[in-house]
Design a protein around this ligand. Sequence first.
Ligand SMILES: Nc1ncnc2c1ncn2[C@@H]1O[C@H](COP(=O)(O)OP(=O)(O)OP(=O)(O)O)[C@@H](O)[C@H]1O
Ligand SMILES: [Mg+2]
Length: 227
Amino acid sequence: MNKNILRIVNLKKSFNHKNGMVKIFKDVSLVVKKGDLVALVGPSGSGKSTLLNMISLLDKPDSGEIFLNDIDLKKLDEDKKNYIRKKNISIIFQNNNLLNDFTAVENVVMPLIIRNEDKKKSYLKAKSILNNFNLSSRYDYFPDELSGGEQQRVAIARALISETDLILADEPTGNLDFKTSLEIFSYFLKLKKLNKTIIFATHNRELANKADYKLSISNGDIKRTNV
Ligand SMILES: Nc1ncnc2c1ncn2[C@@H]1O[C@H](COP(=O)(O)OP(=O)(O)OP(=O)(O)O)[C@@H](O)[C@H]1O
Ligand SMILES: [Mg+2]
């Protein structure tokens, strides 16, 4: 049986806003097993991005625990957090966060360069992933020379190249036509076969239904619903 890659226990999160306190999560507990392909669903403003930000160490819960591979994220110092961000988690953001001064292939290769991997091999790998996303003619384009969908595909390629165990994607297919969304989903399936865990936030019901199961945010809680 696969072990839990992610375990969330009694998580609470709210935001203080000048108009008052917004309670996002009241008391959330859940587990995700290694190799699960999970759709995170819920209305706009329900907390999908907030949850992904907490798992990826960009934000903190008010209380409760998040365990990644049985490590309590709260207990890590900054060095260990940075290490986990580099080695264990890939993030595809809602706005794709490409580096504007770097070309498509340079953006994709970045995680490997940061990890000091062999430059030549890394570039070959980056190009091969870009080819998988039909971007073989766009290696040397800068983000502002790419369409929204192309930028998103580059961002996904960048997240996938590191081959981390956990891939978090915040509406990765938001800007894409359905056919391209399905292609990206098929890449998620390939990663699942490699026992990678993928959690993707989406508003697209058809894609959500293709996941192993859904985590649905509603009224400050998250429930697992089988598709
Ligand atoms: N830094 C912040 N300060 C105050 N409120 C915030 C902050 N960040 C998020 N929120 C609020 O938390 C709620 C959840 O936001 P979040 O971005 O997680 O929603 P979401 O489910 O990802 O929505 P969408 O589908 O539109 O992306 C929203 O109501 C938002 O206004
Ligand atoms: Mg969001």
